[in-house]
Design a protein around this ligand. Structure first.
Ligand SMILES: [Zn+2]
Ligand SMILES: [Zn+2]
Length: 351
């Protein structure tokens, strides 16, 4: 069911000349303001910081590095909204929909966003999870080195080659956590993400709060393998950016790139399909893993494919009710109860 939408745009869709120029100008302005704030922050915040909280002193000699990462990540969402709008035109953009014509599903995305499981806390959560993975990963790394005398080191490659290497390793672990998310035991939590009925850049943040551990689990092996911290941060920034793009309104399969290297929006839509007459496929951010492990489908993905789940969701601002229900389903599933709503058994990956 498509809800009636209020078209209050001055029709910039398909946007020839001036309209698109206006859009580009707006984002240049945004980038300039953000850049100025970034520059100012680097000047105002000392490079060395000591913070005393409840008797504990936190000391960092690289406050500027952290600041840089924070700005980089915070620029991602507006940048991706801009990239999408410049590609599909203002009229069809997530940004216009978010401001003027929210569908019930998009309202849910926005509610998740506003309730703190959205971008800001998602990013903070990511940074915290990433930090926790790095610290515990480094600890395991040391323990292995002490016990065996073998120290796992990154190969002596330049940064430009380390990035794709660790991206590949990240996406390998992400592929398997995503496959596990689609098993009977984990599905009630991941189902929350799949309950979206429309795509918009922000749909990427629609995640059940209990699934945030995935970031920890995926990054931990990288740290154990001795991945440099800056490479890990950039891989995470890249993954967040791809997440926004593949949930955007861009209709593209990205040709060779989409078939082998980075998942395209059309392929991610195919992953979100409502029709479960065939098993779910396209789990990987890097399609190579789907091809290797038999979850790739060769047919051309349909950018208009109906997406969603057949468990009922109350779209809109009342997201806690569904989140609690899904969390309850998650636990009763572990104790042998039915955790799938009326017909959702079909959604579990059957292979
Ligand atoms: Zn999924
Ligand atoms: Zn998704």
């Amino acid at each position: 069911m498509k809800p009636a939408t209020l078209d209050v745009s001055t029709d910039l869709g398909g946007a020839p000349g001036p309209a698109r120029a206006l859009l580009v100008l707006g984002f240049l302005l945004y980038a300039a303001v953000a850049g100025a704030a970034w520059w100012l922050a680097l000047r105002l915040v000392p490079a060395e910081l000591s913070l005393t909280l409840a008797g504990h002193t936190l000391h960092t000699a690289s406050a500027h590095d952290h600041l840089n990462n924070v700005f980089l990540v915070f620029l991602l969402l507006p940048t991706m909204l801009g990239v999408e709008a410049a590609t599909v035109g203002w009229r069809d953009s997530s940004l216009r929909q978010l401001i003027f014509a929210r569908t019930p599903s998009l309202n849910t995305d926005l509610a998740v966003f506003v309730l703190g499981q959205g971008h800001v806390l998602d990013v903070v959560g990511r940074v915290m999870m990433l930090g926790a993975s790095m610290i515990s990963g480094a600890w395991i790394h040391e323990a292995i080195a002490n016990a065996t005398g073998v120290r796992l080191r990154p190969p002596p490659l330049p940064f430009a080659l380390q990035l794709p290497l660790y991206f590949a390793i990240y996406t390998f672990f992400d592929y398997w956590t995503h496959r596990i998310d689609h098993t009977k035991f984990m599905w009630p939590l991941h189902r929350y993400h799949h309950s979206a009925e429309d795509f918009g850049v922000v749909t990427s943040v629609r995640q059940h709060p209990a699934t945030f551990t995935a970031i920890f689990v995926v990054n931990l092996p990288l740290a154990v393998l001795g991945a440099p911290a800056d490479v890990m941060i950039y891989v995470n920034v890249l993954v967040v950016a791809i997440g926004f793009l593949i949930h955007s309104k861009i209709e593209a399969d990205w040709g060779f790139v989409g078939r082998w290297l980075v998942q395209s929006p059309n392929h991610h839509r195919a992953h979100h399909k409502l029709d479960m007459s065939r098993p779910t496929g396209h789990f990987a951010i890097a399609p190579i893993w789907d091809r290797l492990f038999g979850t790739w489908y060769e047919d051309r993905p349909d950018p208009k494919l109906t997406i969603g789940v057949d468990t009922s969701y109350r779209h809109g601002v009342f997201v806690p009710r569904d989140m609690l229900r899904d969390y309850y389903h998650f636990w009763i599933g572990w104790f042998g109860g039915r955790n799938d709503g009326p017909n959702a058994a079909r959604f579990f990956e059957k292979r």
